[in-house]
Design a protein around this ligand. Structure first.
Ligand code: MG
Length: 357
């Protein structure tokens, strides 16, 4: 990812987007998703980036992202190392969008993407009680989602997966435990092996590669790592340990598109499939994640659903629509997902401007 040579002016916008349904992460429940949008402009071109840490899930807060972006922009865009990963992703994505726009190329082609449309999956959280879960999964399958991923937790996995598998015998199903299973008691995770899942995501804590490697050796279902992978070096270590048969690469968690793309290359070289997870991105941030998801090794569906899944009033002028279970990448210069000015104004909380970054 190269930075544009001309100095850019920057706008930092905080927006609050009401979610269509509450999003739960651990003990936190989010009803409105707060994001920072960064616009860089230079020589008539513009680039957008976004970060929106999820309370209860992300390690960083929105205020930490704001402070780091402010200091980086005030210092002429000379972003130092460190800084919250999602904020670094926002700055890098805005620069990549600007560079691609200035070069007259779609962002996804600029990044080396090879697929003009990306298959997408949807996630069903633990907030949905078991009796309603099969119908909810069937509805998503009928909408066209290519994979349905169930959030699971100790004592709330086998019954939930069995119920959905009975309802959808042939659909692509997966589970995500967000690290909640106890490595001293791997029997429940192993019991999921019989349901033909595409993967079991992050059964154990992020730092416990050994537990993941032992489970991976004991079952046929691929173990997918998400929270364990915060850098390309993490991907190297995880694959060397035999801890993963798939990787969920999120640029907002990895500190940017370049780091996620480097981890993608590591996985491709090892023959391990990768995919891109979602973090409640607005239509603006989704464009960068989708560009990453168009890389050749991103062979599993992305958890980057159409705008309507999370937002009744998304920021982009053209909502992301799902056709035949896929989102199409725009064939226009840049990311092709600048916010609609009126929609942005409806959701804006604050605006700061910086010049000559
Ligand atoms: Mg996950």
């Amino acid at each position: 990812m190269t930075s544009p040579t001309p100095p850019a002016d920057a706008l930092l916008v905080e927006a609050v987007l009401p979610l269509r349904r509450p999003h739960r992460s651990g003990a936190s429940e989010v009803r409105d998703h707060r994001v920072l949008l960064l616009r860089l402009t230079a020589r008539g071109a513009e680039g957008w980036g976004e970060c929106g840490p999820i309370p209860g899930y992300s390690r960083e807060t929105l205020e930490e992202c704001r402070a780091w972006l402010r200091s980086s922009l005030a210092a002429g865009g000379a972003a130092a190392g460190g800084g919250p990963p999602s904020a670094r992703h926002a700055l890098e994505a805005a620069r990549a969008d600007l560079a691609a726009a200035a070069a007259g190329r779609p962002l996804w082609r600029h990044l080396g993407g090879s697929r003009p449309r990306v298959a997408v999956g949807a996630v069903l959280g633990l907030g949905i009680a078991l009796p309603g879960l099969p119908a909810a999964a069937e509805a998503l399958a009928a909408e066209g989602y290519r994979r349905i991923k169930l959030k699971v937790a100790p004592g709330r996995s086998v019954d939930r997966v069995r119920a959905v598998r009975d309802a959808l015998p042939h659909h692509d199903l997966a589970v995500d435990a967000n690290g909640k299973f106890d490595p001293a008691d791997p029997a429940e995770a192993a019991a999921l092996d019989r349901f033909g899942l595409s993967f079991i995501e992050q059964p154990f804590a992020a730092g416990d590669l050994g537990a993941h490697a032992r489970l991976a050796a004991a079952i046929d279902t691929p173990v997918c790592l998400d929270e364990s992978i915060a850098s390309p070096e993490d991907a190297v270590r995880a694959l060397a340990a035999g801890a993963a048969g798939a990787l969920n690469l999120k640029p907002a968690r990895m500190g940017g598109l370049a780091a996620a793309a480097a981890a993608h290359d590591v996985a491709v070289a090892a023959g391990v499939p990768v995919w891109c997870g979602g973090m409640l991105e607005s239509g603006v941030g989704k464009a960068a994640a989708l560009a990453l998801a168009s890389l050749p090794g991103m062979t599993l569906p992305a958890d980057l659903p159409p705008s309507s899944r999370h937002y009744a009033d998304d920021l982009t002028a053209v909502p992301w629509l799902m056709v035949d279970g896929h989102l199409a990448l725009p064939e226009v210069p840049g990311a092709g997902a600048a916010p609609d000015p009126a929609a942005l104004e409806r959701h804006t909380v604050s605006v700061e401007s910086f010049s000559g970054t």
